[in-house]
Design a protein around this ligand. Structure first.
Ligand code: BGC
Length: 507
């Protein structure tokens, strides 16, 4: 008998039960059990999002709360007229990207030169000095390869995208609170990453001056708003997950007594880096499975980033792998096959999940070939069907959960329309993410079908672009965004508006 999987109909918002894959009883029963654990219905989404809003608001109220809500000292959106030449650095998961960006005061004319430097894996779990010397020497290579020394302003102004939770008492400072996304570098937590980078730069005598430390979410929001005034939020759905938005200083009670803040009008807008990957670290509302618990327990920082571990790209493939290992150990899947290649943690990339879901060969032969080539596993037809349904379950849960955080920000800010500028591998590379995310957002915010149809941004019935709030592809946050933020900071400094700028070396 063919199984009917709830997931097939519900995810696409049709609320129809569609025919699921035709599976033998054993696999079908397992799939149904997994569906029960992974499918997050509308009621639960709303409950999660309500709690999310409370945690966001607690973070604005007091320091040291679970969702940190860091002030970033990015005071308002750019005008689009920002000018200047900037170096930018982006410390990503696998690469370090260095850019030379020329802002010409016209959002349509931006010059970019860029280079990525492969970061040795050992750095991620090494020590601070290896990290900073790798960064400084990459910067040195870039400056020399592009003949930047002496040719432009001296020193060269730098915007540093550092996408980890960091307290910023000033825009040119960032005290790392905890590593996330599998990083575990000794000697950086509790320290100011800006001064560590400055000292590595000075060890090499580089003509570089660090102007701003920028979170990737803030960078995405600012780079996108430089072109698109409808931008309301910058969000990353990638290796990690997080968002930034603009709030008024008077809405951030925890900073009232800060001397730097007292220099500003309470109506001044301030970009907030939410750091909401930590949502529900107390584990009250998230629908966590035993696989989520396993990921947490074996991560470098158990108990942290509870929300991120259910929905971000780094973890989706790992959840899939743990389920497969569990089923194999119970002799339900890949019977009598050597699955040793699946034994190492984090060997499954999110792209494999999206490839399986996207496979339109009639017998899923592309997926079969990929599994054979990567893991030396020969899959039966039912196993292929099952893994496809599993990949979908995990990706759908991730996309739906990702909507709860953005809905919470929108409700907190009473935002009813606009663009959420999104970046990251899941948003960009998972073909169905945007549509699923948009549907879930509408379920939480109670959009009617008419709300969705009347606001079809694509004008062509593209499901991912329907609704008053839609995901757009963010502009280059860690390049252009960091450069625009550095330009805004220098402009303020030049006008003597120095609130939240330490200005080391500029006095
Ligand atoms: C970090 C955030 C970052 C997000 C997306 C999280 O793990 O804590 O700072 O914005 O990943 O890269």
């Amino acid at each position: 008998m063919a199984a009917t999987n709830k997931i097939d109909g519900l995810v696409d918002g049709t609320n129809e039960k569609q025919k699921g894959p035709d599976l033998p009883t054993e696999l079908r029963d397992e799939l149904e059990k997994l569906e029960q654990q992974f499918y997050v219905d509308r009621k639960k989404l709303k409950q999660i999002s309500e709690r999310f809003q409370q945690e966001l608001e607690e973070g604005l109220q007091d320091h040291g709360k679970n969702i940190a809500m860091y002030v970033t000292w990015v005071l308002g959106f750019p005008t689009g007229k920002e000018k200047g030449d900037f170096l930018t650095l982006d410390l990503g998961g696998t690469n370090l990207r260095v850019c030379w960006i020329n802002l010409r005061g016209n959002e349509h004319e931006i010059g970019i030169k860029q280079q990525s430097y492969k970061m040795p894996d050992s750095i991620k779990t090494g020590d601070a000095s290896s990290l900073w010397s790798f960064i400084a020497s990459s910067l040195q290579t870039f400056i020399s390869d592009h003949s930047l020394n002496g040719a432009f302003s001296n020193p060269l102004n730098l915007g540093f995208t550092f996408s980890y939770p960091a307290i910023q008492d000033y825009i040119d400072q960032g005290i790392l609170q905890t590593w996330t996304k599998g990083f575990d570098i000794k000697g950086v937590e509790g320290e100011d990453v800006a001064s560590q980078l400055r000292s590595a730069i000075s060890d090499l005598n580089l003509p570089v001056s660090l102007v701003a430390v920028v979170n990737d979410t803030t960078g995405a929001m600012i780079a996108s708003s430089y072109h698109d005034p409808k931008t309301i939020i910058g969000a990353i759905f990638g290796t990690g997950c997080n968002a930034a938005y603009m709030d008024k200083i008077s809405n951030i009670p925890k900073i009232n007594s800060s001397d730097e803040i007292k220099k500003l009008d309470p109506e001044t807008p301030m970009a907030i880096n939410c750091e909401y990957g930590a949502f529900d670290n107390a584990r009250n509302v998230l629908p966590l499975t035993k696989y989520d618990e396993q990921i947490d327990a074996t991560s470098p920082r158990p108990g942290e980033q509870a929300f991120e571990k259910t929905s971000a790209g780094l973890y989706l493939g790992e959840i899939f792998r743990l389920i497969i290992l569990d089923l194999h150990s119970r002799n339900i899947i890949f019977k009598d096959q050597d699955i040793s290649k699946l034994q190492s943690p984090y060997t499954i990339d999110t792209s494999l999940l999206s490839n399986i879901e996207d496979d339109d060969t009639p017998d899923l032969s592309d997926s079969g070939n990929e599994f054979k080539a990567t893991f030396n596993i020969t899959m039966t037809q039912p196993e292929l069907q099952f893994t496809r349904a599993l990949a979908k379950l995990i990706a759908v849960r991730g996309a739906r959960l990702c909507a709860t955080g953005i809905a919470a920000i929108c409700r907190h800010q009473k935002i009813s329309s606009g663009h959420v500028a999104a970046d990251g591998s899941v948003a960009n590379k998972h073909p169905k993410f945007k549509k699923r995310w948009g549907r879930a957002l509408g379920e939480i915010l109670d959009w009617s079908e008419a709300d969705r149809e009347e606001n079809d941004e694509s004008g062509e019935g593209d499901e991912s672009q329907k609704g008053p709030i839609v995901l757009t592809s963010a502009e280059d946050g860690s390049g252009v965004g960091a450069a625009v933020i550095a330009a805004m900071t220098l402009e303020r400094w030049g006008k003597g508006q120095k609130a939240g700028i330490k200005g080391s070396g500029r006095e």
